[in-house]
Design a protein around this ligand. Structure first.
Ligand code: DCM
Ligand code: DCM
Ligand code: ZN
Length: 273
């Protein structure tokens, strides 16, 4: 996701974590405000193009070598690059660093920031797809602007959904996060979030847990992102009919990511000591 999506995911998570998780992470991240998660949600993107952070650039996605829309699917051994890693292996690695109380606090703070970011990214369907580098190579327009499909899913759809963010991502993300939090607690996501969104979540098996999230997002590539394949979407205007079908999917993926991030952080923090 773009910055707005990541910040929204983090605000949703802040609404669901336990009080002890909140105070533990506020201390670790040295921020005692309500923005302690939101304020670090985009940090991983800010370092990926720097010299020291280059090794993390492949951690934001997993390139599923499937064939949408005919066949979707993620296979860890096939799709997670052995040298560069992927978002699934990165989530396992940084989860274990956050759990390791022998590591220096700065390392664990850094691990927390990666976990917060990557649980967001794994829920962006095009972060679980190889085709055209996750859609970066597919040229489209959105409300007349020339963009690539990856950018449309990262940024354009979410920003249109809330009516634009007018260069102020934090207050707009907070408002959207609070609305989605209500939908999760007692609105359109209440039943499914309680019965299904945490199914398969297992802190002793981060690979299987993250792979489950990846498979779910990747299936949306076949149904909603590329319902008629990559060639059919090239050059198309996506701000109207396509947007109407995609927006509810973006909204649910952002809501799920925030809810699951909260559960994952609770599982980590409650198992310490
Ligand atoms: N950080 C780190 N190692 C580095 C650079 C930064 O652990 N080489 C971490 C420590 C702080 C955070 O980044 O928790 C600071 O991030 P920022 O500079 O975005 O405030
Ligand atoms: N990306 C992806 N899958 C790829 C390559 C990139 O999901 N195979 C994502 C990472 C960034 C965005 O696309 O969020 C742009 O990546 P880059 O700047 O590497 O082109
Ligand atoms: Zn990212």
């Amino acid at each position: 996701w773009g910055g707005f999506g990541h910040i929204t995911v983090a605000y949703i998570a802040s609404n669901f974590v336990s009080d002890s998780t909140t105070s533990y992470l506020q201390t670790l991240l040295r921020n005692d405000t309500g923005d302690y998660l939101a304020g670090v949600a985009t940090w991983a993107d800010s370092i990926r193009y720097t010299k020291w952070g280059r090794f993390t650039s492949g951690f934001h996605f997993i390139d599923a070598h499937d064939n949408p829309p005919t066949y979707c699917g993620v296979d860890y051994d096939r799709d997670c690059k052995k040298e560069a890693g992927c978002v699934v292996s990165a989530l396992q690695n940084y989860t274990s660093q956050l759990l390791d109380t022998e590591l220096p606090l700065w390392r664990r703070a850094q691990a927390a920031k990666f976990v917060i970011h990557f649980i967001g990214d794994i829920h962006q369907p095009l972060h679980t797809e190889d085709v055209a580098r996750g859609g970066n190579g597919i040229h489209v327009t959105f409300e007349g602007k020339e963009l690539n499909l990856h950018h449309v899913w990262d940024t354009s759809i979410a920003e249109k959904l809330v009516g634009g963010i007018r260069r102020k991502p934090y207050p707009f993300a907070k408002k959207w996060a609070d609305e989605l939090t209500e939908e999760i607690k007692s609105g359109k996501y209440a039943a499914e979030s309680k019965s299904g969104w945490l199914r398969g979540t297992n802190i002793t098996d981060p690979i299987a847990t993250a792979l489950g999230w990846a498979v779910e997002g990747n299936a949306l590539v076949c149904t909603t992102v590329l319902p008629e394949g990559a060639e059919a979407i090239e050059g198309q205007e996506l701000g109207t009919d396509y947007y109407e079908k995609a927006a509810p999917v973006v909204e649910e993926q952002v809501a799920k990511a925030g809810f699951r991030l909260a559960a994952w952080l609770d599982l980590i923090i409650s198992s310490l000591k």
